[in-house]
Write a protein that binds this ligand. Structure first.
Ligand code: ZN
Ligand code: ZN
Length: 329
């Protein structure tokens, strides 16, 4: 039990790393996840702390900036290396992502690399073949998936600051909560017209915002392998889903991503909204990131959308030609 509590603080302390999933390591480890449970129960405090426009706006903004850090930096950068950046920008956004309470950045990237390597098979950390609840949350709470799988993120272990963030991610989360509480207390004194307080900002701006952020992210592992369209014939169950793309800033084009994970862009067409990619593009214009990897032409050659669009184009062109020569009715 002491080990479990130690792992709250230092997630690398006495790691349990099983090679395969079993009925034993698939069980929820209740002591280990007490901080996670407290975070969810604390949402009930919304009925006690009241509400203000400022607290709601803060909740939304803090959700968006952390979601961007998760999708752009934990996912497209640390997991897939689809663009390049400086060590300072790398640290800043990985730090903001760590405030999301989704464990450490290297833990996140390592599990995601496993997911791509073994998608929807027995070795996938959150295989959709185990059903919705396991792929959404069950996998996140068991011994099979607590340890950082260092063997697949060796490329990042050379950065001590990333290793530190990975080990002590809970400290970053707690400091974030304290800072938001202090901000609320300060605003209550200096700008009373905002009608907020330390506790109100803590509950809406940190607790509720973080719980929404966690579950939106986890939906990509669960719902994005269940509901949506399949433009590419991948061997997994991945789907493209507009709603999930909106709440995760572009991650819902998951079937696209499982077919080709090497591009910084996940919405392969102009109408596949991918906010993360638009922000990365703007960041590239000012030199904060560079070398955004494109989508190769060969990807579009096997896309069902592109194929059906080209058939429509051929049909329209043919019809127009016939009309112009007066041979068609
Ligand atoms: Zn997936
Ligand atoms: Zn991925």
């Amino acid at each position: 039990m002491l080990n479990r509590v130690m792992q709250w603080i230092d997630s690398w302390s006495k790691p349990i790393q099983a090679q395969s999933i079993s009925s034993e390591n698939k069980q929820i480890q209740w002591v280990r996840i007490i901080p996670f449970i407290i975070l969810h129960i604390a949402c009930l405090a919304v009925f006690y702390v009241g509400i203000s426009w400022f607290a709601l706006a803060f909740m939304l903004m803090f959700y968006l900036i952390r979601m961007f850090s998760i999708t752009a930096f934990f996912h497209r950068y640390l997991s897939h290396k689809t663009f390049k950046t400086s060590r300072v920008v790398q640290f800043i956004f990985v730090l903001i992502g760590t405030m999301s309470a989704q464990r450490g950045p290297l833990w996140w990237a390592a599990h995601h690399r496993y997911h791509h390597r073994f998608t929807d098979t027995a070795q996938d950390p959150h295989s959709s073949t185990h059903g919705f609840w396991y792929s959404h949350i069950g996998w996140f709470l068991n011994d099979y998936n607590f340890a950082t799988r260092k063997e697949v993120i060796k490329d990042w272990l050379k950065y001590p600051e990333l290793v530190w963030l990975d080990r002590f991610s809970l400290i970053i989360v707690l400091l974030t909560a304290v800072a938001i509480y202090a901000l609320g207390e300060w605003l209550a004194v200096v700008y009373p017209s905002l009608a907020t307080s330390g506790l109100q900002l803590l509950v809406w701006g940190f607790v509720v915002s973080t719980v929404l952020l966690i579950h939106a992210t986890l939906c990509i592992n669960s719902l994005a392998h269940l509901y949506g369209s399949r433009d590419f014939e991948t061997e997994d169950q991945s789907r493209n889903n507009l709603f999930l793309s909106i709440i995760t800033l572009g991650e819902g084009w998951h079937n696209n991503h499982h077919y080709y994970a090497g591009s910084a862009r996940q919405g392969f067409y102009w109408w596949q909204i991918d906010i993360t990619y638009y922000v990365l593009k703007i960041m590239s214009w000012v030199g904060l990131v560079w070398g955004l990897k494109p989508i190769p032409a060969r990807v579009y050659e096997v896309s069902k959308i592109a194929q059906s669009a080209s058939k429509v184009n051929i049909f329209i062109k043919t019809k127009t030609k016939k009309n112009s020569t007066g041979e068609s009715t």
